[in-house]
Each structure stands twice: as structure tokens, then as C-alpha cells.
Design a protein around this ligand. Sequence first.
Ligand code: UDX
Length: 439
Amino acid sequence: MRIAMIGTGYVGLVSGACFSEFGVEVVCVDKDESKIERLLRGEIPIYEPGLDKLVTSNAEAGRLSFTTDLKEAVKGADAVFIAVGTPTRRGGGHADLSYVYAAAREIAEAMDGYTVVVTKSTVPVGTGREVERVIRETRPDAEFDVVSNPEFLREGSAINDFMRPDRVVIGAETDRAREVMRTLYRPLFLIETPILFTSLETSELTKYAANTFLAAKITFINEMADLCEKVGADVHDVAKGIGLDGRIGKKFLHPGPGYGGSCFPKDTLALVQTARDSGAPLRIIETVVDINAKRKRQMADRIVEFCGGSMQGKTVAILGLTFKPNTDDMRDSPSLDIVPALIDAGATVRAYDPEGMDEAKKHLDGVVYCSGAYEAMDGADALVILTEWNEFRSLNLTRVKSLLKEPAMVDLRNIYDPKQMADQGFRYQCVGRPLRKAD
Ligand code: UDX
């Protein structure tokens, strides 16, 4: 089996490396020459645990290669995966598909013999059908099938998610295409992973339905956390109490500063647009989008209030800038709303993130970037935890106390225990859990 992976972004690179680990011969293609040069030198452009090893070992074994030459990669490939970016288009929530269609055209020109063209990027319902049309228009004689095969990878655990997924969804409408996909995913058949074959449209919608459902689940628990604060209940116990009901499930019920990342914000917006355009508006998801956007701004207000209502002359230490741990990704991270709001309110912000500093510097101005957690909190009026990196879970609280002007912490990820913090003499604020006064 030989495949070409068009686009070496997050999805393309992880999927390409994982397919090569399955024993498939993979050629990863990107227009960006410097990126390909770096990959050829074994440099991985993103931070994803385990990815560097996987890329290096498969490249050394000759199963994984990188090129800017799309034509050469597509020629003779059994399947070509489109894994290019689909950013949100300006002036609305629609996904910008120009890169997808441009790739489809180039693939069509280069194909020889029967080829399965797979959309791996998250694309709106109907895109596969349009890719089909574009290819047929470019090469009326071509022998091909278009397949939709969405990824459900989480940043930070993408390799495990690929190798041991809950399920694989494949929108393939001919036996020939289904057979190619079955062969590619053979190792997953062996571990009895459910593989769902559907139509193109169903597969495309399934991806959006999954992400918007999860975004709604998080938003539900975030609102429940706010209610817990008002009535004196503990949202962690509520989450456990409902999550043990198999119909609900216990995952994605952790409250926080609002969801971010490369998928949920973009996909919720895109599905809202698709639904409106189709005359079947998804009012629940519209509300989810609205609540989540407001929540990130409310988190800044919460910090200001915690600091006594004014940030003039105050210094805040921020731990964690990425949208989640184990990634350097800053896309739609709550920090992008919270940090500027604190600076606008007059605060000095000292920040540290284990992997996200380079990315953060591109997006957040006016921040004092520090080289460690303790350096960030030195002389600060309050400490704010924005991302739940492991190294922030076990801070030496005695040292924290000695560095801060007063022991005060806003923990927007609930990684500390309110009782323990009170016992340690901290003024402590978290999300949706009853507080105890410091002695
Ligand atoms: C998500 C989907 O999980 C994945 O299947 C899809 O392919 C891509 O989008 P990812 O964005 O990498 O993955 O991260 P995820 O772990 O899902 O977290 C997304 C956001 O939700 C983060 O901002 C995270 O902090 C937040 N979140 C997640 C919560 O606030 N609470 C939770 O309980 C879970």
C-alpha cells in the first residue's frame, strides 16, 4: 500500500506518521519548502508527545518520506489524503475550503490509475461531493472514488488516539474504495476497533456532530459550575454523580475557563453556519458558541474581582498559556482573551508556559515572559492557573507563598483542592467548588 498525505499540519503529520507505523508507505507533501526541509532533517514543527520518535523511526525504515513534489507523490498512490487547513473564513463562521479544492485539482492532474481521494481535514457536509466534481471536471477520464475519513485526534494524545481509537468513521460509497480503506486500517481491524462505513455526507456530519456535542457537554458543565457557586454545591461531585450514568458518561465534564483549540471553536461555528444555510438551525450549538465566547471574557472579570476590583499597580502571574496541556498550540486559547483584558485593566502580567512560549509571543504583547513558574510568581499579587500542565499540579506551596506578595490563587482548572488551599493559608478561587476561608 502506498499513500500520499497532502498537508503536513497537525492532522497530516500525525496521520502520515501513524499510517507508516502501520506498515504503509507514506509520502507527506507540503508546499512549504522550509517545512519539508526541516522534516527531512528530522525536525518536527509541532509539539506532540511521541511524534518525533515515530517520524524518525519510520523515516529511517524508509516507510515515511517528505517532499514538495505533489505530482510525484500522487503518481501510483493507492490513496491520497487531503489534510490541508480549513480555517474559518473572514466575515462568518464558514470554513475556507479553497486549499481543499486547490489540492483536489492538483491531485486530479497527477493521478494515474484508480485512486481513492480521502478528505481527512474537517470539512463541511457536501465538500466530498464537491471534491468529486472538481476532480471529474479536471480529469474527466480519471478512475477514482472520494472518501471521507475524519480524524478524532486530541492534541497531546494524538498518537494514541490514532492507534487505539474508539471508532473509525469512513464515508465510502463503492466496494473498491471500502476495500482500500479496510486494507489501510487493517491493524485496527485486528484489535476489533469498530469501523463505521457510511455515506460521504453522513461521515462528514458525524465529525461535526461529535465535536459540537463535546463542546456542548463542556459548556453544560461550565454553566453548572456557575450555578454550583451560587448554591454552594460542588461541581466535581455533580459531574461524578451524573457521569456515572452510562447514558451521560464521565468524560468531558471538567469545568474550566471555556473550551479552545483548533477544533471546537472552529467546528461549532462552521456547523452553526451549515445548519442555518440548510434551514435547520442548531439553536443549542448557537447558544454554546455564545456562552463559551462570553465565558472567556468573564474569567478576566473574575480575576479582577479576586484582586479587589482594580488591577492598577497589580501584578498577576499566569501559569499556562496554551489551550490545553501537552501542546504548544495557542489557537483560541482562553489566555488570548484573559491576558489582554488583564493588561487593559492596568495589570502587569508575568507569564510562563512549558511549551507554548514561542507561540504565545506571536499572539500576546505586553507580557513579561518568564523562564519558569516560580520566576513568574516572584512578587506577584496573585497567581492564576490557566492551563493544567502537570508541572503546575505539584507546586511547592510553601515556596509559592514566600514568592507571592500575599498567598492568593485563582485556579481556573481546579487542579488544587479548596480545603487543602485553605489549610495552607491561601485565598483561593476555583470554578464551581465551595470555598473555605483561609485561617
Ligand atoms: C478535540 C476533540 O477532542 C478531538 O476528537 C478532535 O479531533 C479535535 O478537537 P483537542 O482540541 O485536541 O481535541 O482537545 P480536547 O482535549 O478535546 O479539548 C478541547 C478543549 O476543551 C480544551 O480547551 C479543553 O481545555 C476543553 N475541555 C475539555 C474542558 O474544558 N473540559 C473538559 O472536560 C474537556
